[in-house]
Design a protein around this ligand. Structure first.
Ligand SMILES: [Zn+2]
Ligand SMILES: [Zn+2]
Length: 462
């Protein structure tokens, strides 16, 4: 069932799930035909000539949505809730101090899907209230937001039982919980020291030091295998419950149903590929429907090889941070990692996928261009595993591109053909089929010339 429908008048098609289907200005959702049509008059992000108009409108819209949420927030109830969670120690919220520029302060700690407010206790302990940007087009419909919230809370409770430096979670309630007086879904978290890592701006020495520390984190996570693929959705009395994937593309209905959990990677990938193909044919994926369809049929063709390569890794799953591009880490002035943040969207993946290097280490331009050479810091990480006697984990780095390219293409969905060209080249390359994008596309079109799904999307010539 589509997550949302196109909001153009008299259109009954599903809206596209990716960036091309949502307007960041008016918060409306559109099918592949109606974003850029007479029915939608917002400045277009792809209009290069009038780009300033788009950004101007975007900033105004984002500020207005944030102000709207701050208006729904009962800050006195938030302070009282935090205080009650710390045996009555009084606290204050600087963003709501008399005369404070509340929206400006909140904006400084605003990401794509959440914003944070500092809570300062009288004994100088600082907590963070993590609040969802629930009215942003970037976040999915309400019941899916609730599912993601539960998954993030459960994942953080699980992490608290490990040595991983995730913030402690003290309290969390959904917006419609009758005991929630705050007005919005909230999490109260420990504020850990350090500043957000700028990986690309870090000197070589700092990057090396961070790569070495990553080994320790992954070795710790590797101690906790799960029997199912999916996401952690509950954690009570030291026991985790695994549910469907907390992944935007894998939700099957707006009420929070998602794919999984699965007891084998084979079952998981089969279901994921079938689901993605259905999203393409029903119009929830686009543009590049034909190209993405060919891609997922190619992935389907390669699944037996993947399953064979997984071998014994097919039935154990490990926690995988979804957004590990570097700004999920806090570091001190000496490049020590002080915290790992933002566990929203975390999933449980087979070992070679979970422990291939995080994307912060990839040479991203090379990755998109289809080149698969490892970056210097990936070599450092592999060497560190070896030094610690973990040749098995060093091997996950060395063979990393194979799993990363599989995972990247299976889970995501490409919206720009210039990206697809390099990514496909890299993908077919790791499967030992050196071929340029155009040749690959032609081969797939020929193979699938009688395919029903492709017929739905309409014939194209290469
Ligand atoms: Zn709009
Ligand atoms: Zn439409």
């Amino acid at each position: 069932m589509p997550l949302r429908y196109c909001e153009a008048k008299s259109c009954s098609f599903p809206s596209v799930r990716g960036f091309t289907g949502r307007c960041m200005i008016c918060c409306k959702f559109f099918c592949g035909s109606h974003f850029a049509s007479a029915e939608h008059s917002c400045p277009n992000p792809h209009d290069d000539v009038n780009r300033y108009r788009y950004f101007d409108a975007l900033i105004k819209a984002r500020t207005s949505r944030l102000e709207d949420l701050l208006g729904q927030l009962d800050h006195k109830a938030l302070a009282a809730t935090a205080s009650a969670a710390r045996n009555g120690i009084p606290c204050s919220i600087p963003a709501f101090a008399p005369g404070a520029e509340t929206a400006e302060i909140a904006k400084a700690q605003q990401g794509g899907q959440n914003f944070h407010l500092d809570i300062i206790f009288d004994d100088d302990v600082v907590w963070i209230a993590r609040l969802k940007l629930a009215n942003s087009p970037n976040v999915p419909p309400g019941e899916i937001q609730d599912y993601l919230f539960k998954s993030e809370v459960a994942t953080m409770k699980f992490l608290a039982t490990t040595e991983v430096l995730a913030p402690k979670i003290y309290d969390a309630k959904l917006r419609h919980d009758p005991t929630n007086k705050v007005g919005l879904s909230y999490m109260l978290l420990e504020k850990l020291p350090g500043k957000t890592l700028d990986w690309n701006g870090a000197p070589d020495e700092g990057r090396k030091k961070i790569a070495i520390q990553l080994a320790e984190i992954f070795i710790e996570l590797q101690k906790f295998p799960f029997d199912q693929a999916g996401s952690i959705i509950d954690f009570e009395d030291g026991k985790a419950t695994v549910g469907g994937y907390a992944n935007r593309n894998f939700f099957t209905s707006p009420d929070g149903q998602s794919l999984g959990p699965f007891s084998s990677a084979k079952d998981a990938y089969e279901a994921i590929i079938t689901h993605q193909l259905s999203l393409i044919t029903n119009g929830e994926i686009g543009p590049l429907q034909v190209e993405n369809y060919l891609l997922f049929r190619y992935l389907q063709e390669k699944l037996p090889e993947i399953v064979e390569k997984l071998g014994a890794h097919d039935r154990k799953f490990y926690l995988n941070h979804d957004d590990d591009k570097g700004d999920h880490l806090l570091v001190d002035d000496d490049w020590n990692i002080t915290a790992i943040l933002d566990w929203e969207w975390a999933t449980l993946e087979p070992e070679p996928v979970a422990f291939a290097s995080p994307c912060m280490l990839w040479p991203v331009n090379d990755f998109y261009a289809g080149k698969s050479k490892l970056a210097p810091e990936e070599i450092v990480l592999a060497a560190e595993y070896k030094k610690r006697g973990r040749t098995d984990m060093a091997e996950f780095i060395k063979s990393g591109r194979y799993w990363q390219r599989w995972q990247f293409m299976t889970v995501g969905m490409q919206e720009r053909e210039e990206d697809l060209e390099g990514l496909i080249k890299g993908l077919v390359d790791v499967f030992g089929e050196g071929m340029e994008y155009v040749a690959w596309k032609k081969t797939m079109m020929e193979k699938l010339k009688d395919d029903d799904g492709l017929a739905i999307l309409g014939r194209v010539t290469v």
